[in-house]
Design a protein around this ligand. Structure first.
Ligand SMILES: *Cc1c(COP(=O)(O)O)cnc(C)c1O
Length: 389
């Protein structure tokens, strides 16, 4: 076991420089960067040489390349995944007094964006297997003020889009997808982000497709949404100094777009490698009772932005502490469901699947080039933690 870690420290030289990295991290971007190092450097230098840093040829080309890859008509680069959500909601005409049905088992930005445009997030419970909002509960949450449903494809696993779209049609609701964790993931053979009115992606460095800073993307087949989003990201103006709307300053910048263009052609392969790593974990966990490995519904192609297990019976925190003591980083996504946060406290009933998930989930290190030895090492440590009680 010592040997595995020593070897890993050796490998981390590339990103640590001083070789001081002791932990097995949640995510190691070094192999990806090493693979693309030369191309990324050239791409960045070309932007610097061109002197065009905002809304130039790289953003335009990246938007087209991402739209092609995702199978959607329009893609609009923005400053972050959060802004992609805010601007999509705004462009879809969702505002003060409107209600948006969503999941509380997500990153804060999902609900924050709804609140930011003046609307009200209405939280419903999740499907305990997929961790995504349970479409069967939409009906009960609909009121005369409901305007939209905002599913999140958590951890890289699709929400049940067919059922969600059917409910949305029944109650004339818009569907806006939070695809921040699921770039390249699929629902029934199609990439996510194209099924509803808009898809919202994040290029935060730790996401599936990560920039070297903040970045985001809005995808849509709706010409009006695309046009409005383009206006809104640039202070509500299509023509300089002629502002038609109160907008935002939220552009994807050229350097980030240039980096993303280098990475995009590799995403399919990198996601395939994540899936292989997840498969190896699943096999290693076969022998360990008490751990529930991630479910993959027949309708989805999971991209394992996170490899998240359940550790039931109040053992989760102990297992996490044990791993931390052995220099293995793990995370709990998410310990506090959003409806339990003080800012949303007064909103709603007990959501028992969410609360149980928050107490049981544990996300383990995963990245495309994570090797078998490291995974075996981590699973062995979890076994020891459980045996110790
Ligand atoms: C990361 C994330 C966001 C926000 O993206 P940023 O680019 O960090 O603003 C929104 N929703 C979910 C589910 C996320 O994981």
């Amino acid at each position: 076991m010592k040997k595995v870690q020593a070897e890993y420290r050796q490998k981390l030289k590339f990103n640590s420089g001083d070789n001081q990295v002791k932990k097995i991290p949640m995510l190691d971007l070094a192999p990806e960067v090493r693979l693309l190092w030369d191309k990324i450097n050239v791409a960045i230098q070309e932007v610097i040489r061109s002197g065009q840093f905002i809304l130039g040829p790289n953003v335009q080309a990246f938007e087209q390349e991402a739209a092609d890859y995702l199978g959607v008509k329009h893609a609009v680069g923005v400053n972050s995944g959060t802004d992609a959500l805010v601007i999509s909601l705004h462009a879809a005409g969702i505002g003060p007094g409107d209600e948006v049905i969503t999941t509380p088992f997500t990153f804060f930005a999902t609900a924050e964006s709804i609140s930011r445009v003046g609307a009200i997030p209405v939280f419903i419970d999740i499907d305990p297997r997929t961790f995504n909002l349970d479409p069967g509960l939409i009906e009960n949450a609909v009121t005369t003020r409901t305007k939209a449903v905002l599913p999140v494809h958590l951890y890289g696993h699709a929400a049940d889009m067919k059922a969600i779209l059917a409910e949305a049609e029944k109650y004339r609701l818009l569907v806006i997808e939070d695809v921040a964790q699921a770039f390249g993931a699929e629902f029934e053979g199609k990439k996510l982000g194209a099924a509803g009115r808009a898809g919202c992606f994040s290029f935060f460095p730790s996401k599936i497709l990560g920039a070297f800073g903040d970045g985001g993307l809005i995808t849509t087949n709706d010409e009006h949404i695309a046009e409005t989003a383009r206006l809104l990201r640039a202070h509500g103006s299509a023509k300089r100094y002629y502002h038609e709307e109160i907008g935002y300053n939220s552009r994807l910048d050229e350097i980030q777009a240039a980096v993303l263009r280098v990475k995009l052609p590799h995403i399919e392969k990198l996601n395939e490698k994540r899936r292989l790593a997840a498969g190896r974990y699943n096999e290693l966990f076969n022998e360990i009772p008490g751990i529930t490995t991630p479910y993959e519904a027949p309708f989805t192609k999971h991209v394992f932005h996170q490899y998240t297990v359940r550790v039931p019976g109040g053992m989760r925190d102990k297992v996490q502490q044990y791993l931390a003591g052995q220099e293995v980083e793990t995370r709990v996504y998410y310990p506090v469901p959003l409806h339990k946060l003080p800012v949303y406290r007064d909103s709603g009933p007990v959501l028992k699947n969410v609360e149980r998930a928050a107490a049981e989930v544990l996300s383990l290190p995963i990245w495309p080039d994570m090797g078998y030895d490291l995974q075996q090492h981590i699973v062995n440590l979890i076994k020891s933690a459980i045996n110790q009680g």
